[in-house]
Design a protein around this ligand. Structure first.
Ligand code: NAP
Length: 435
């Protein structure tokens, strides 16, 4: 690992009083979404404690390519410490995480490039958050490193972008409000995407295509990807049959036509992990799914059919190796590229949670974001999650929860992360109605 920096702080600010040189390192700072995370941290903290005055956030940018790191800083006209580490180089990763309280990783596909870093943070007791939407990889990491993370105190929180923060914290929020207003938790919640606008990056495409590649090589992964409880602790990976919108349907919860939502199977697993880590207070019958609302009447049906057909077509085409490779090479965005600034700024998301209690009471809540979901909003959510690790007041101390190991955003931070996201990431959480 090559590392350079002009300053040399020796403050004590790591976990459990351990002296760590950096509060936060953005690993993958040269990636499409990593650059946006850097911009968010610059907006929030400038170069922080790295400048002459000191006292602020001590943070660094890290990636495999030193020239790209230099260009990133030159473009922004700022100086920050840089760390060069290849995802394959365990020694370099060990040195990086030993120096750091919280590592943010945007180096994906995570199943290809993320495993050594997770092993390193678990061993070093370093907190970690990422943007993975690859649940089979998260399950493998959990099974390999949970025990060690519990021993060292590392908090490992995967999926801190649009996948899966709005879903995880939206359900958490809805359940807290249901308990407060209706006197009990919902045993059924449906998340419905009412509207969104944005684009897709090459990195996200690469991650999706890599899942298809892995499935082709190892069909047994289908079982993991198809199990809504796949991210629950070992021994708890089963439960009641979950609803799943696979085709255009008139939704019993919203009354709208709905179509499958591509990230539903990923987000649902995170929600069920949260429920399992809470000790299943929402009941053994708790059911959750996600879908896209397309409106009422014939137009709603046509839109739902179009979305469903598009998804089925894409899934079918990308399941076939040669077509998948052609799509990646010729049609879809390349790694390092994604929606431009105007698209990100004009983007948004607006999702609903329809909750039902066993005795027929209802609650509807809304979560919105003020940038495109996948990048503008995602970068702010990820940056704020990293900052939450540094705030001892942000730890979720309700429900006697685990304070180390593989956590979800709701389990690690709960209401404190909601407050942060509302204050600093352009999200809103609102109760629309209750009956
Ligand atoms: N959860 C969500 O909502 C969400 C949203 C957006 C993205 N994502 C995920 O986030 C990840 C990043 O997306 P993106 O669009 O920013 O991707 P990207 O631009 O393609 O970036 C991938 C990064 O990985 C780095 N990398 C590749 N191999 C490496 C290695 N061996 N060692 C070190 N670094 C290596 C690349 O380095 P170079 O810069 O040197 O090429 C690049 O910075 C993807 O997995 C994507 O699926 C998730």
């Amino acid at each position: 690992m090559h590392e350079r920096s002009d300053d040399n702080h020796d403050r004590t600010n790591g976990r459990g009083g351990v002296d760590r040189r950096f509060d936060v390192v953005v690993y993958g700072a040269t990636s499409f979404v990593g650059q946006l995370v850097v911009d968010h941290l610059l907006d929030r903290h400038g170069t922080g404690g790295n400048d002459a005055e000191g006292g602020g956030l001590r943070w660094a940018v890290a990636a495999r390519n030193p020239q790209k790191l230099d260009a990133l800083l030159t473009e922004r006209g700022v100086e920050l410490p840089t760390i060069v580490a290849n995802a394959d180089d365990r020694d370099a990763l060990d040195t990086m995480v030993a120096d750091t309280s919280v590592v943010i990783s945007t180096v994906g596909p995570y199943a290809l490039y993320g495993s050594k870093l997770v092993a390193a943070v678990a061993a070093a007791g370093t907190d970690y958050c990422d943007l993975t939407g690859e649940p089979h990889w998260v399950q493998a990491m959990m099974d390999a490193h949970q025990e060690q993370a519990l021993e060292t105190g590392a908090r490992i929180v995967p999926s801190c972008g649009f996948d899966s923060i709005p879903s995880d914290l939206g359900v958490w929020f809805t359940q807290q409000e249901a308990h407060r207003r209706l006197g009990r938790y919902c045993d059924r919640i449906g998340m419905r995407v009412k509207g969104s606008s944005g684009g897709v990056s090459g990195g996200t495409v690469a991650s999706g295509m890599n899942v298809m590649e892995e499935l082709a090589n190892d069909p047994s992964l289908r079982k993991v990807l198809g199990n809504p409880y796949a991210l629950a602790p070992e021994g708890q990976r089963r439960g009641v049959r979950q609803p799943n919108v696979l085709a255009p349907t008139v939704d019993e919860l919203s009354g709208s036509w709905v179509a499958p939502f591509i990230m539903g199977p990923v987000n649902s697993k995170v929600v069920h992990r949260t429920h399992a880590l809470l000790g299943r207070p929402w009941g053994d019958e708790f059911r959750y799914d996600e879908a896209m609302m397309t409106g009422s009447g014939p137009l709603g049906l046509v839109k739902a059919a179009t979305v469903a057909a598009g998804m089925a077509g894409m899934a079918g085409a990308s399941a076939i190796g040669p077509i998948r490779r052609q799509l990646q090479e010729r049609v879809l965005p390349k790694p390092g590229t994604g929606p431009d600034e105007a698209t990100r700024e004009a983007g948004f998301f607006n999702i609903r949670f329809y909750g039902r209690t066993e005795d027929g009471r209802t609650i509807t809540t809304k979560v919105t974001g003020d940038r495109d979901p996948g990048y503008g909003s995602t970068a702010k959510m990820l940056g704020e999650t990293a900052l939450a690790f540094l705030d001892p007041e942000a730890a979720n101390d309700s429900h006697n929860l685990p304070s180390a190991g593989f956590l979800t955003p709701a389990i690690a931070f709960g209401d404190a992360l909601i407050e942060r996201l509302v204050a600093h990431a352009g999200l809103t959480f609102t109760v629309l109605d209750e009956t």
